[in-house]
Write a protein that binds this ligand. Structure first.
Ligand code: SAM
Length: 235
């Protein structure tokens, strides 16, 4: 029975590889940038987080000159969705998968919406964002799909260093939005600079495992805040 399952799975993945350019790119760039990659799957969709987008819009109360970062933007639907909530904002999407970026640029790139590679000098040098979105990026699919995965498939230190670099790009008083993670933002070394925004669904409970700083599973559920305000120097 197990052998039949494996053969069927192998055939399915081979078919996917041959017919889906997006899947091929996940494998190609996943191996090219192995040490820097977080979530490999590039699934995304238009207006995926309406609740989170609305919370941010209300927080900034239509302030016109916002700079927004979508980290792990995939093929650009998150950036495009954000442009409907923030028509005046400058929005930057970044991803590690170059094929996804090419698709994003061709579908949505214009004077308002830019896309750059996350390991480029250009991205390294940019900053001063008012909102940073990092949704469904800092996780590994295996942690949710492997039965009883007691040790995280990718390490806490990679999660924390990604969060530290996003913190450096966010202005004081700005919003950090993180959703669908394997670890807790509150376990990172920058968490003390932030406070959770007291809004509905913050925190939210999800049916997915949570891991600690030692990469050990501590719960089959996650109960995390998703929207954090970065304290200003006066706070
Ligand atoms: C599941 S998609 C999430 C897309 C979108 N944020 C959403 O929630 O709909 C995860 C994306 O993270 C990207 N990613 C993985 N590691 C990354 C890294 N180091 N820098 C930037 N993007 C990365 C992947 O290429 C993929 O496009």
């Amino acid at each position: 029975m197990r052998l039949i399952y494996r053969i069927c799975l192998g055939l399915l993945l081979s078919f996917r590889f041959l017919t889906k350019a997006g899947y091929r790119s996940e494998i190609f760039y996943g191996s090219k940038y192995a040490g820097d990659y977080h979530q490999r799957a590039s699934f995304t969709t238009m207006n995926r987080y309406p609740g989170l987008f609305s919370i941010c819009k209300d927080f900034f109360n239509d302030k016109p000159t916002l700079r927004i970062l979508s980290f792990g933007c995939s093929t650009g639907e998150e950036v495009e969705s954000l442009s409907h909530y923030f028509p005046e904002a400058e929005i930057l999407g970044t991803d590690i998968n170059k094929r996804s970026l090419r698709v994003a640029r061709s579908r949505y790139g214009n004077r308002q919406k830019h896309f750059v590679h996350s390991l480029s000098a250009e991205f390294n040098e940019t900053g001063n964002f008012d909102i940073v979105f990092c949704c469904a990026v800092l996780q590994s699919t295996a942690n949710r799909t492997t039965a009883d995965n007691q040790v995280s498939d990718w390490p806490f230190h990679q999660f924390e260093s990604a969060i530290v670099s996003l913190d450096q790009k966010l202005s004081d008083g700005g919003l950090l939005v993180i959703d669908h993670c394997d670890f807790r933002f509150t376990d990172t070394c920058v968490a003390a600079k932030y406070e959770a925004l007291p809004v509905e669904h913050n925190p939210i409970t999800r049916d997915r495992p949570t891991y600690n700083t030692l990469n050990q599973k501590i719960s089959d559920l996650s109960e995390n805040d998703r929207v954090f305000v970065k304290r200003t120097k006066q706070d």
